[in-house]
Each structure stands twice: as C-alpha cells, then as structure tokens.
Design a protein around this ligand. Structure first.
Ligand SMILES: Nc1ncnc2c1ncn2[C@@H]1O[C@H](COP(=O)(O)OP(=O)(O)O)[C@@H](O)[C@H]1O
Ligand SMILES: O=C(O)[C@@H](O)C(=O)COP(=O)(O)O
Length: 425
C-alpha cells in the first residue's frame, strides 16, 4: 500500500476530524491508533492518519512518538506528512506543537514548516498570526478555561516562539490572497532568513487551498483540518489520486446497545449534555468521588448496565469551569484530568463488555483513554455527523465491528448526541 499523504494527529478526536476532512475531499483514508501492527489488514488508501495521544504529554515523549510515526509513514510512501494539531492550538509554553514540528522538520532535512490551525468551517481563522475562535480571539474564547491546556495568548507567533529556540515567522493574508506564487515567495524568503516555522494566516477555504498547494511541495506541515482540506484538494488537482472516496458503506448496521461517555468540559459539550437530558437518561458523575476510589465507577457501571437494554444512556464527568478549577486546586490539573480519563475509560470498556456496540465519546483526551482501553487498532471513516466529527467503524478489534463517534469537545450542535446515534442506527 503506497500512500500519497501521511498525517500524525496529536489526539484521537483530532485524527478523526482530519480523516473526515480528507474523506470529504476525495481521499480514501484510514485512521490508525498508533503505528499499526504489521499483522493488521488495512485497506488500500490514499491517506493514513496515525492517531497519537501526545497533546498533553512531556515534549520529549511527544517528539519520540511523532518521529517514529513519521518514519513509518515515509516508509509507506508518504511524500508529505501533516502534523495534525488542534484548531485552537491547544498546548502549553513547554510544547508540544513547536518541539514536534521542529523534530519533524529536522527529520525531513530542514526548511521552513508552514503552520496554520485555521479551520473556517468551525469558525477558526487566523489573521496577522492571531487565532480567532468564532468572533473571539483565542484568549477570550472558552479555551481560556480548558482543563488541561488553557489558552491565554492569541498571537501564535508568540506562542510558538515560547515553545522553541528556532525563529518563527509570519506569512500574512496579503501574501496568501495574492495566490500560490506570492505565498511561496514569502515562504522561501522566510526560509532564507533561517525561519524554521512560518505561521500562515487563513480566513477562507480559498486561502487554505493556496496553502495546501505550497505545503505539498514541502515534506512537512503543521495544522488542523483546514490545512488537510487544502492538501487533499491539491492532491486531487494534481491527478495523483483518483478522488473517489465514499463513506456510506461504513455505517452498515451493527448489533448491540448504545452509550455516550463525556469527559469534555467544553462549552459545546456542556450544552449538548443539557439537551440530551431531555430525551435520555444522563448520569452526572461526582468527580471528587471518581478520583478518591473505585466506588463511583462501580456505581456508574451498575446504573448504566441496568438501563442500556432499554435505550441509549449518557455518563458524564463534565463540569463547568468553576467546578473544574476547584477540583484542580485540590488535586492538581494533571492528576485530576488523568484520574477522570481513566475512570471514564473503565466505564466505557465495561459497557462494551455488557454489549454496547455504538459508542459516542465526547472529549479528545477522554476519547484517547477510551479507545486505548478498548484496544481498537484502526477506524474506517464514515459520513459526517457534524463538522469535524464522522461516524467511525472499527477495524481489527476483539469485540467485533463497532460504530463510534469521537467528538472534539468544542464541536457539534446542541443536539449532537441524538444526531450521532440517529446516524449510527
Ligand atoms: N469534572 C471535572 N473536573 C476536572 N477535570 C475534568 C472533569 N471532567 C473531565 N475532566 C477532565 O478534563 C479533560 C477534558 O479534556 P478532553 O477530554 O480533551 O476534552 P476537550 O475535547 O473538551 O478538550 C480530561 O482530562 C478530563 O478527564
Ligand atoms: O482541530 C480541532 O479543533 C479538533 O480536531 C481537535 O483536535 C479538538 O481537540 P479536542 O477538543 O481535545 O478533542
């Protein structure tokens, strides 16, 4: 299997978001969880998205995992590798976007790497290096309260500069709007001055098509699904792939029960839970009890186990920012986050053990922990439920075929959970 495009995603929801965009834009795509075992039968595809869980781990660990994935993708023929980061640039001053991008750049022989988290379809735009989320700058958006990576600076040139020793530059909208030749000239100029990472403005899909075209001429880029769109369209235009991906067959029905597990504390997820409460049984976990012992997990499994045969159930750890900060001040940010992820992943796995085969997980880290515990090796990409969230069909897992939706915390409309289950039959 020789592939045209490789990607390394820093979390699993981000990976399915990108795989969705690539599929919608004509690339036959598979999402693997880590580097797949050689014994796993993967379909013939144009693009592979390797999902890693490296967004919030120490930078050195992220670098090691990403460079190993890059080698695997190159070995399978990928001429270009996109490092898929969050469209809200989730990271801390210690990394990981800068360190991983520079390590991938070094592995590919240097140059200037194009970086843009723009994803206009979900309201993420970049202007003069500043990231906007809907109508707000990043630092004024709900991302200022993210439990693991609170974002307090919208200026991405500054954010990246704090993460690396390399020089960071800007390709501004004027150069991009002038078309590929002008944008390429700007990238070349930055490279000759020693810039290792060039943040690129992008507001409309047209800008991302321009960026995709010039990124494809280089070995590495860093961005969100918007850049994926640009790369996919550039590949289709180049005639290197057939552009004939179809997603419908993926949602062939599976037998079993349905459940929703939420660990995202994002504003969109909190709203979706409120709406779900009107039509499904929702269990709100007590985060403090989750951290302090196994009783809350056992109680949740029993509560859900009693109800799943009657219809979908929702189990949520999610809480509003004030509650999250109270818990974090008591137990620490990482400790509480990871303890809750572990708890929600155990609940997810136990429900699958009890016959759940359609599973929606809300939250990137939450999804990563659940998919790891379920030991799912890969996903085929089905139709889109909401921008950035496709239906996924499992490949090679011990439980047999399952349908999943891994929802990035901030994605989806108010009725996302019902909409997802409706598409998963
Ligand atoms: N009530 C809570 N208090 C503190 N942290 C929580 C709570 N509920 C969930 N979390 C943690 O918050 C983090 C949410 O991150 P994630 O799952 O990536 O969601 P998102 O996609 O919204 O970023 C996880 O580490 C999760 O375990
Ligand atoms: O690019 C995006 O916004 C998403 O694909 C993504 O990575 C979101 O991260 P989580 O909210 O942590 O799932």
């Amino acid at each position: 299997m020789a592939i045209s495009l490789g990607s390394i995603a820093d979390d699993y929801t981000g990976a399915s978001d990108l795989a969705n965009t690539l599929t919608k834009n004509g690339l036959r795509t598979v999402q693997t969880v880590g580097i797949p075992d050689p014994s796993l039968a993967l379909p013939d595809v144009d693009a592979v998205v390797v999902s890693l869980k490296i967004r919030s781990v120490p930078a050195s660990e992220a670098v090691t995992a990403a460079t190993e994935a890059e080698r695997w993708l190159r070995h399978r023929g990928a001429g270009h590798v996109l490092y898929k980061i969050c469209s809200t640039f989730d990271s801390t001053d210690a990394g990981n976007i800068g360190p991983v991008t520079e390590a991938l750049r070094d592995a590919a022989g240097g140059g200037s790497v194009l970086v843009t988290p723009a994803f206009p379809e979900t309201g993420r735009t970049v202007y003069l290096g500043h990231l906007f989320v809907g109508g707000q700058t990043l630092n004024e958006s709900p991302l200022k309260d993210h439990p693991l990576n609170p974002m307090h600076d919208a200026n991405l040139v500054r954010v990246l500069a704090r993460q690396t020793r390399g020089a960071v530059g800007l390709i501004d909208l004027a150069a991009i709007a002038a078309g590929p030749a002008a944008a390429r000239a700007r990238l070349d100029a930055l490279r000759t001055t020693g810039v290792t990472m060039a943040v690129a403005d992008a507001i409309f899909e047209k800008d991302l098509e321009t960026l995709g075209e010039i990124a494809l001429e280089t070995p590495i880029s860093t961005g969100a699904s918007g850049l994926g769109l640009g790369l996919a369209r550039a590949l289709v235009r180049s005639g290197r792939i057939s552009g004939s991906a179809t997603a419908e067959d993926i949602i062939r029905p599976v037998d079993g029960f349905s459940a929703i597990i939420a660990g995202s504390c994002s504003k969109a997820t909190l709203r979706q839970l409120e709406v779900a409460e009107r039509s499904m049984p929702v269990l709100r976990l007590d985060p403090e009890r989750l951290i302090s012992g196994p009783d809350e997990i056992a109680a949740a499994i029993s509560w859900a186990g009693d109800r799943i045969s009657a219809g979908p159930v929702v189990v949520a750890a999610s809480a509003a920012p004030e509650t999250v900060s109270r818990l974090q001040s008591q137990y620490g940010r990482e400790t509480s986050g990871h303890a809750i992820e572990t708890a929600t992943s155990i609940i997810a796995a136990e429900l699958v053990e009890r016959g759940v085969r359609r599973l929606v997980v809300a939250g990137g880290e939450t999804s990563g922990a659940a998919v790891d515990r379920l030991a799912i090796p890969a996903f085929l990409i089905g139709p889109e439920i909401a921008p950035g969230v496709p239906v996924l069909r499992t490949v090679g897992n011990a439980q047999g075929d399952m349908l999943l939706a891994l929802k990035s915390g901030n994605f989806g409309g108010d009725d996302f959970f019902a909409a997802a289950l409706a598409m998963m039959h």
